[in-house]
Design a binder for this molecule. Structure first.
Ligand code: RFL
Ligand code: PHB
Length: 401
């Protein structure tokens, strides 16, 4: 007889860990199966911008203490293009709404610590270095997850299974092919992400559209800066020496008279594709998807992690409704509610990507039109408000909850 658990979760990224944590707060046990080691999961750098509803959800989940101490609240971002610089001022455009800079790595570390400290969780509820995860019984509602750990094949019977295994995971493949529609778009450029041991050169994030390509100055803490450079797709990060990285960042960011970029040791670098992807639907019978397993947005809008949290917020409430009262209402609405938000965010992230990157195929006309679009954002309060409203995040309590 396989062991039983109410919810089986595949993947210990932010989506899987937060789902386990929110369910546990409502007394619902789960087991999380993760392919990588704990060290690997806790060392991935990735995202850094949290919307207010994301901060609220993490706080409600009981993992808000360090975030409240170390997270840095930002009230605007800066756009640079040509020799112009324009501050998108959240305080005046979207009063009372802002973002918090706090690394995804820290979110994951906080969640793992909270899960491992949970005295009510079943033994072996968070398992790393698990391989060959398979699902059977989907059509019969007798779901069983099979997996291998420490060379032993095991089975886990679940009422519900949630695929939180990211874009490269296996759970999407468990949906019946005839029911699925997938949408994909790949931009003709990638991002080289860099983590550097140097104090940020700016108090707020700087998004720069430069003729040589896009650059972004972000940060993690008073001692750590995070940068991104637009590079060709498939670029090899090893082709980028520290000297080359700093030279390119200086060229693309030092466009404002007198503004200088601080440089320092580079701790980490990697290349990520700029991709859009949506898998519809996000539920089939007792199998759900959440986070990057179901959708990828281009990183320019800083939305991937926030979307994962929005999915999990809805899903944990829907599953709690099902376990506590047998209600199907939340779970029936889950996929459509998530996808509505996903497509809105997809549209915004693509718009911001096109606004700020120089496509290799863009002709002189398109480049001038792009500058005019940036000019419009800096001159028109209505245009700037659209950017600000989307950047700080769609309202958690509104129609897109
Ligand atoms: P994750 O984080 O990819 O976690 C999936 C987990 O599943 C595991 N896994 C498996 N486990 C068991 N069996 C299998 N077969 C498995 N296959 C995979 C993986 O090892 C992993 O641990 O997905 P999740 O939880 O949905 O979280 C999504 C976010 O990680 C992602 O959306 C963000 O990082 C995107 N993103 C950003 N989002 C933001 O909201 N704000 C940002 O500022 C931001 N910046 C970024 C980003 C993503 C980036 N990259 C690297 C794509 C910047 C970058 C450079
Ligand atoms: C980050 O700090 O990693 C970051 C910030 C803003 C983005 C994307 C990534 O748009």
């Amino acid at each position: 007889m396989p062991a039983r658990v109410p919810v089986g979760i595949v993947g210990a990224g932010p989506a899987g860990l937060l789902l386990a944590q929110l369910l546990a707060r409502r007394g619902i046990a789960s087991v999380v199966l993760e392919r990588s080691s704990r060290e690997h999961v806790e060392s991935r750098v990735r995202a850094g911008v949290l919307e207010q509803p994301t901060v609220d959800t993490l706080t409600a989940a009981g993992v808000g203490q360090r975030l409240a101490r170390e997270g840095i609240v930002h009230h605007g971002i800066e756009l640079r293009f040509g020799e112009a610089a324009f501050r998108v001022d959240f305080a005046s455009l979207v009063p009372g709404r802002n973002i918090t800079v706090y690394g995804q790595r820290e979110v994951v570390r906080d969640l793992i610590a909270a899960r491992l400290a949970d005295p009510a969780a079943p033994t072996g509820h968070l398992r790393f270095e698990v391989s060959d995860v398979e699902l059977s019984g989907l059509e019969s509602d007798q779901l069983v997850l099979g997996f291998t750990q420490h060379g032993q094949r095991e089975q886990l019977a679940c009422d519900w299974v949630v695929g939180c295994d990211g874009y490269h995971g296996v759970s999407r493949g468990w949906f019946p092919r005839a029911e699925v529609r997938q949408f994909e778009h790949v931009f003709p450029f990638a991002w080289l992400g860099v983590l550097a041991a140097v104090a940020p050169s700016s108090q707020e994030l700087i998004y720069s559209r430069h003729e040589r390509g896009f650059a972004l100055h972000s940060m993690r803490s008073p001692e750590l800066s995070r940068f991104y450079l637009q590079v060709p797709p498939g670029e090899d990060a090893d082709q980028w020496s520290d000297e080359r990285i700093w030279s390119e960042l200086c060229t693309r960011l030092e466009t404002v008279p007198g503004w200088r970029l601080r440089t320092g040791p580079i701790l980490e670098k990697g290349v990520a594709a700029m991709r859009c992807f949506v898998h519809e639907p996000m539920r089939h019978r007792r199998l759900c998807l959440a986070g990057d397993a179901a959708h990828i947005v281009p990183a320019t809008g800083a939305k991937g992690l926030n979307l994962a949290v929005a999915d999990v917020r809805l899903l944990s409430a829907a599953l709690a409704g099902w376990f506590e009262t047998g209600s199907e209402t939340g779970i029936e609405a889950y996929s459509a509610a998530c996808l509505r938000r996903v497509w809105r965010v997809q549209d915004f992230s693509c718009w911001m990507t096109r606004l700020l990157h120089v496509s290799p195929a863009a002709d002189a006309f398109e480049r001038r039109a792009q500058l005019a679009a940036l000019d419009a954002v800096s001159q028109s309060r209505a245009s700037a408000t659209v950017l600000a409203e989307n950047y700080v995040g769609l309202d958690a309590s509104g129609a897109l909850a």
